[in-house]
Design a binder for this molecule. Structure first.
Ligand code: NAI
Length: 271
């Protein structure tokens, strides 16, 4: 199936925790399409060593620990990436999210604001941090592509998505704002993919996830987009076929975002 769409391209993949992770599937697809990769995750997430299997499957890709809320870690990551690649980076996948308030079970109306700071830092400001470090170090190649993952709770209310809705709204705003500046400076494009609910470690942390995922399935003419589908979409955005796409929030959800109601949902309501 591979078409070598990313032949000769070099990329950094953030956030492959286990084989359910969207980042894991994306790394495999990028490698299959001819890319050279560096994998990164928070030091604590690397402790289990699961990522070594992915590194091996991606041509012994180096694994470099980096906490996305730490400037020095991100600088070290880009320094080592450029040394390894012998030049700039063509693409970056930001597939990182974490909500401390969700984890601790705090309702949106009684958040712990220290936790909220941390959530916004890890899940949204981290994209700014990655872009700024790359911008200052001139670490991205011309026409490079940065993609982050988001969810439609940034635009519409999904009560149990809690503070992550605000984090995703900020993430999408940073995408537009930095996309402007990086586009002007070096034709680097920055986009978010707004993905269907997907069974992963982060996804399953959301309260009522089973109901959430089956509602979305019924509300999407094409059904929910899988993690593999998302990986394919990422490949297209890293490729030269999408060079003029930037500053966008791109829905990848089987049509969910533009569907008012479906027959299946009406039938369910009539029961
Ligand atoms: P996942 O749990 O496999 O990935 C989340 C990753 O974030 C993990 O690898 C984790 O180690 C990493 N991370 C957390 N804190 C970090 C830190 N301080 N520094 C570096 N990395 C850190 O789950 P998934 O679903 O693959 O998540 C990837 C992205 O997709 C997230 O942004 C998530 O919000 C987004 N997304 C997920 C959906 C879902 O239903 N699973 C739907 C729409 C978007």
């Amino acid at each position: 199936m591979a078409n070598q769409l990313l032949k000769g391209k070099k990329g950094i993949i953030f956030g492959a925790l286990n084989d359910q992770s969207i980042a894991w599937k994306t790394a495999l697809k990028c490698y299959e399409e001819g890319a050279e990769l560096i994998l990164t995750n928070a030091p604590i997430a690397l402790r289990m060593g699961e990522i070594n299997a992915l590194a091996e499957a991606c041509g012994n890709a180096p694994v470099i620990p980096a906490d996305v809320s730490n400037d020095d870690d991100i600088k070290k990551l880009f320094t080592e990436a450029m040394a390894h690649f012998g030049g700039p980076v063509d693409f970056v996948l930001h597939s990182v999210g974490m909500s401390l308030n969700i984890r601790k079970g705090f309702h949106y109306t009684s958040l712990n604001h220290e936790f909220q700071h941390k959530t916004l830092d890890i899940s949204a400001m981290s994209l700014h941090r990655v872009c700024q470090v790359a911008y200052e170090m001139d670490a991205m190649a011309e026409w490079g592509s940065i993609v982050a993952l988001t969810y439609i709770a940034a635009q519409r209310v999904f009560p149990d998505y809690n503070e992550m809705a605000d984090a995703k709204a900020l993430l999408e705003s940073i995408t537009r704002s930095f996309g402007y500046h990086y586009g002007k400076k070096k034709k680097v494009r920055i986009n978010t993919i707004s993905q269907s609910p997907t069974r992963t470690t982060a996804g399953s942390g959301v309260k009522g996830f089973d109901g959430f995922i089956s509602f979305a399935e019924k509300m999407s003419p094409l059904g929910n987009a899988s993690a593999e589908d998302c990986a394919n979409y990422c490949v297209s955005l890293f490729s030269d076929l999408t060079r003029m796409v930037t500053m966008q929030n791109l829905f990848h959800d089987g049509g969910f975002s533009f569907t008012g109601v479906t027959q299946e949902v009406i039938e369910q309501m009539e029961k």
